[in-house]
Design a protein. Sequence first.
Length: 384
Amino acid sequence: MIVSIAIALPRSPLRVAPVRAAVAPLVVNIGVVGPGKVGSAFLTQLRLAAPRLLRECNLQLSLRAVSDSRHMWLDCDDDALNGRLHGAQIWRPAELDEFAAYVAGREGEVAVLADCTASDIVANHYAGWLAAGIHVVTPNKRAASGPLDRWHKIARASDASGARLHYEGTVGAGLPVVQTLRDLIDTGDELLAVEGMLSGTLAWLFNRFDGSVPFSALVREAHAMGYTEPDPRDDLSGMDVARKLVILAREAGVALSLDDVNVRSLIPAELAEGSRDDFMANLGAMDAPMAALLADARAAGGVLRHVARLDGRHASVGVQVMGTDHAFAHSRLTDNVVRFATRRYCDNALVVQGPGAGPEVTAAAVFTDLLRVAGAMGVKRCAC
């Protein structure tokens, strides 16, 4: 449903302000792929913010379609779907290119696909969508950290059509990490090095790990609270952090691949394979190696933190001993902390810090990217 709102100028004490003709809102067609935790939070944020954006910014957000891995719901701009996915009445088997074409609508309409999955299959469609003029916003790290040839193909498609891929939510959840780096580079700065605590899960674990309870107990606690992935090895392996480091490197113009990153996994070799249940049952195998690391850190007068570093083309991810005067030693809870050393910020690194985990903040990053697309189309906050 499209609602037109006429905005009246305030009355002058001397005369009546002239009536201004209502300007048709900018309509943005939206499709959401992956209505899981992040996708559901994004749908809720859309529903709650849409009236204000129409009223204050003359921006009409039109939810056209939602798709999971098996089904897609079309013509779904309704409260039932926004509240509970299965409230939608009509669905058909998922076919992503058909889904994208439906969201795109008629020629000349603005269309944005929000990929809230972690799927390589979905990322494989980005180049085609962008070539067709459909913008993509996503927290999915697979495209920006995947094979370089696919990444270059995506960039060429975006350059040719003018459609944009925004991916702030891939690093730091809702923190402005990617945009901060992009602004530095776009204004002529040069990245010299970056180091960061890029996992909210691992930040929480090492903030809590003081030897009073075994490391395995903290992993179980984090898993129970939903801080970890369903299989905690996805966090403990360090590969998710490595992907984030690759994304930052590429943003700075360094053609880095995952194979170029030295990743030191926390998972004992004997637990790397096998089922998740087997891993959880044998978590105690982590306790002795982790206790030894903690003892070494204390002997050196420092603390343990999980750190990603990029210096030139040298990239590494793993547990480090940090001095108590280091910024990372004072992080809290699930804080992500990123330090950019650049030509401008060489004596005192630029630091971005804040909560780096959770579906709400990640969804907010996706929403912010959506508004960046609208901003590029000329949408401005009403100053009336």
